[in-house]
Design a binder for this molecule. Sequence first.
Ligand code: NDP
Ligand code: GDR
Length: 345
Amino acid sequence: MATTTKKALITGITGQDGSYLAEFLLGKGYEVHGIIRRSSTFNTQRLEHLYVDFHQKDAKLFLHYGDLSDSSRLTTLLQTVAPDEVYNLAAQSHVRVSFDEPEHTGNTTGLGSIRLLEAIRILDLPCRFYQASSSEMFGATPPPQSEDTVFYPRSPYGAAKLYSHWVTKNYREGYGMFATSGILFNHESPRRGETFVTRKITRAVARIAAGVQDELYLGNLDAIRDWGYAPEYVQAMWMMLQADQPDDFVIATGTEYTVEDFLRFSFEHVGLDWKKYVKFDERYLRPTEVDALVGDASKAEKALGWKPKVLTPELATIMVDADREILEHEGKPWTDRLFVNTAGA
Ligand code: NDP
Ligand code: GDR
């Protein structure tokens, strides 16, 4: 693999995508800097397998405290790190939670991007900027959704992401910045947060199969989503920043499944019937639901050569297998448990 001496700064490095992106960029020889939030417990579990003590000569991953709500810290970090590429992945990323914490979601998922863009502009940094835009911005507009589809967000999260999407475009047009938005559809993995529906299901399947749980409470099973595999999606982020021109790109598999389909794939993988275990709880409904998201990623395939490989049925089995492995090794160090079944990712 060709190596580079480039520097990348990742916000949200402790999240699902941040950890895969850090892994991918380190593999390409990048020096990777990540912004982490100070927390009373460790929040770097997804990175532990990558971390080399910074006193070591071969250390290439550096973590810095910071928060998307703190512009002066973001400016200082951008100035000292002087990255070639900035990936803005940090966000309050849970759609249901954004109805509970709408102002906080606006402040981080929305205003976080402009704080970074302004800092880059004021410092006159010659770096490339990636904004983690979302299919949630399409909201109520029916599929298939592409870069030309009208936006109609249905949550404080979707509206905040749309603000970030538009300011990214505005700074590209207004200041000639290399600012790109990746409009990514749902992507999952064994590192997915436990409260998103896919991981909630695969974790429960592992526990039910092991006899340590006997029911699973869910909300709307009819929602249609286009679920891809996260390690492939972070490669698309990088490809977007290597393009000749900044632009907007949809990243999706183009396939559609309901939450019920995902349940069936996951339970059938361990020989169980989901109907015997799943119960409804209205607390998992949203005031306004996004009924169907199915992406058309033909622009990314043509311009970047990006194509998905893992589709939803296989994804469900990868995640169930990983969660069974995690459960089997409970009590061992966390990274041993989580990084099974992701080889080749
Ligand atoms: P996660 O929820 O797994 O990770 C979110 C990251 O943001 C975490 O590192 C979190 O830190 C960090 N973060 C949250 N608030 C702040 C803050 N105020 N300041 C600094 N960091 C903060 O999300 P994913 O990895 O799944 O997604 C990455 C990005 O892509 C997000 O912006 C998400 O909205 C977007 N996206 C995701 C899609 C998906 O299907 N996964 C699809 C489309 C877009 P901590 O660990 O401390 O909580
Ligand atoms: P989403 O993902 O809202 O699409 O946002 P999530 O997995 O939370 O929901 C998907 C669909 O499943 C339905 N659902 C439930 N969801 C959760 N979380 N918990 C439940 O118990 C449950 N029961 C049914 C939801 O109503 C919904 O229709 C994700 C996030 O990663 C965003 O950050 C990202 O931008 C979008 O994907 C694209």
